[in-house]
Ligand binder design. Structure first.
Ligand SMILES: [Zn+2]
Ligand SMILES: [Zn+2]
Ligand SMILES: [Zn+2]
Length: 89
């Protein structure tokens, strides 16, 4: 994947990781998820767009928090919603 780094991504100094390996919204409603994404603004963890509920994207839209990191242990990347920005770390 190529790097498309915006100001939001450059502003991330230390990447925030999931405090629990679960989507906090799916846990409440008893749903399943595919991958986890952690919001770099508030540190909460939600599910990816391949998951039925797409909670990470919904959170970004509702809160205006732009950047997520993958919450998967073998993935090291950040994504910015408004700029469609991507960078590995
Ligand atoms: Zn950005
Ligand atoms: Zn979810
Ligand atoms: Zn957030």
């Amino acid at each position: 994947m190529s790097t498309n780094e915006c100001a939001h991504l450059r502003a991330v100094r230390s990447v925030r990781h999931p405090s629990r390996r679960e989507c906090e919204e799916c846990v409440k409603i008893g749903s399943d998820w595919v991958h986890l994404r952690t919001c770099q603004e508030c540190g909460t963890t939600r599910c990816c767009d391949e998951s039925p509920n797409r909670h990470a994207t919904r959170h970004a839209r509702e809160s205006g928090h732009p950047v997520i990191a993958s919450g998967e242990p073998d993935e090291r990347w950040l994504y910015c919603y408004p700029d469609d920005g991507f960078r590995e770390y």
